[in-house]
Design a protein around this ligand. Structure first.
Ligand code: AHM
Ligand code: MG
Length: 337
């Protein structure tokens, strides 16, 4: 019988039944995250009328100008996750150190890393933004986690997901057993399963990259994009389409639904930082989702899920999407380096 139409929490709880040890707690944690995302969706919808858009006049730890909604959505996530007993600590794009569960509050078995408002530069121009999260286990016996406890490879994630606040609000989640998409039903105030078992087509003719960085790209990326642009007249013998939303959640959602390759690769401008996108709460959870949907995710030089993190806000190059396209670009890297 089809599960379409099932409330997300019921669906997640039932699909956790093979892992009874993590079942209740993980479902509870996902419930907290969905509650936070529902609140964020409401804030974004009324942002313009409630004077929530625009810059806050501050910078985050990465030197990026914070939008008012960056700060507000971070607070929403922290409030919903702090004292529920499912979490030992959190990591946010907007905060330098880890955020511990307040003392005296019950502590749980999980660690969560999140980007509360990905693509926030798009807020003022009314383009989709989102929330990304990655759930890790708190190492056994640790009740007061430190930053080091978060530095786990992507392969250690127990759950990852993102919510995209677009024409409809959608949540995409994996617990390591495929990828499912849920749509927020405003009447029911619930995320409902609408896109079960999402899989990425292996082949595609659509790429996403910020072309304004072209002069900084490394040769393998130059070669790959040159070939796409040559279309039927070049080595690929087919025409390609291009998209760039500048909102990773929207790009990954598009790749999940109709295939494609998305990249924010290493370039000479980003050499010192190591890339643009952050490993712990952008690249790693998105890679888990992409792999679970049958796609591939790489830096060009290695699988993103296999990277041993060295810092909470570490940046990495990201190339992800349809298997054959990502493998081709990885091959171009191997031939060159
Ligand atoms: P953010 O977390 O500060 O919003 O930055 C991440 C975003 C991604 O969503 C998107 O892929 C990228 O930055 C866009 O960067 P650019 O503006 O350089 O094209
Ligand atoms: Mg982000």
């Amino acid at each position: 019988m089809s599960d379409i139409g099932k409330p997300m929490i019921q669906f997640v709880d039932e699909s956790q039944s093979n892992e009874p040890s993590s079942r209740g707690s993980l479902t509870g944690l996902i419930t907290n995250i969905t509650d936070a995302c529902k609140e964020i969706a409401g804030l974004i919808e009324c942002g313009g009328t409630n004077d929530l858009n625009g810059v806050a006049g501050s910078e985050n730890i990465q030197g990026e100008v914070q939008k008012k909604l960056d700060i507000i959505t971070n607070d929403v996530m922290v409030r919903h996750l702090s004292s529920t007993g499912h979490l030992a600590a959190m990591l946010s794009e907007e905060v330098e150190g880890i955020i511990r569960t307040p003392s005296g509050m019950p502590k749980g078995d999980y660690l969560v890393a999140f980007d509360p408002l990905d693509g926030s530069s798009n807020i003022d121009v009314n383009i989709s933004v989102g929330t990304i999260f990655s759930v890790l286990r708190c190492p056994a016996g640790i009740t007061e986690p430190t930053a080091e406890d978060f530095l786990q490879r992507g392969t250690e994630q127990v759950c990852a997901g993102f919510c995209v606040y677009g024409p409809v609000t959608m949540m995409v989640v994996t617990t390591g057993n495929g990828v499912n998409g849920f749509t927020l039903d405003r009447d029911l105030d619930e995320f409902i399963l609408t896109h079960p078992k999402m899989t990425i087509p292996e082949e595609t003719a659509e790429f996403a990259i910020n072309m304004s960085n072209q002069r900084f790209w490394e040769p393998p990326v130059q070669r790959y994009i040159d070939e796409c642009l040559l279309g039927v007249d070049g080595a690929r013998e087919k025409d390609f389409n291009m998209r760039w939303v500048a909102s990773m959640v929207a790009e990954v959602y598009r790749v999940l639904t109709r295939g494609g390759i998305f990249m924010y690769p290493l370039d000479t401008k980003l050499k010192t930082e190591g890339g643009k996108l952050r490993l712990m709460y952008e690249a790693s959870p998105m890679s888990f989702i992409i792999e679970q949907a049958g796609g591939v995710s790489s830096t060009g030089r290695m699988r993103i899920m296999a990277i041993q993190p060295e810092g909470l806000h570490q940046r990495v190059p990201v190339i992800l999407g349809s298997k054959k396209e990502v493998e081709r670009l990885v091959l171009y890297h191997q031939e060159r380096y």
